[in-house]
Design a protein around this ligand. Sequence first.
Ligand code: ZN
Length: 140
Amino acid sequence: MLNKIDHLGIAVKSLAEAVPYYEKALGLKCGRLEEVPSQKVRTAFFACGDVHLELLEPTDPESPIAKFLEKNPAGGIHHIAFGTDDVEAQLRQAAGAGVRLIHEKPFDGAGGKLVAFLHPKSTFGVLTEFCMPKPGADGH
Ligand code: ZN
């Protein structure tokens, strides 16, 4: 079951340029900077109540975020991530409903979470992530 909107993924060309906007103009606090090799990105997380913003900067031209920025040079909202207690069950449910999956199995995402994505061609244009704390990890 999906139980919350965990975070919004936002593509940026440069964390160094974008982070001050979120800190100074919006007054949010950057909680964590992290490199995620599986997605070839560097991320900065901001908490806003229960929802996080995940800024994503590509570390490689082959990064999915680099490809997104080619089409959207100003950056923008890249994905929505739903929290769940069972990513694989959500993938099975979506696949059973005819949705195309990008990932058949969850993999290691940012923040010690297991994540997987649905294909935006099947989700009315919204790249959709499921995420859950990795079993055995404390989720922080
Ligand atoms: Zn995400």
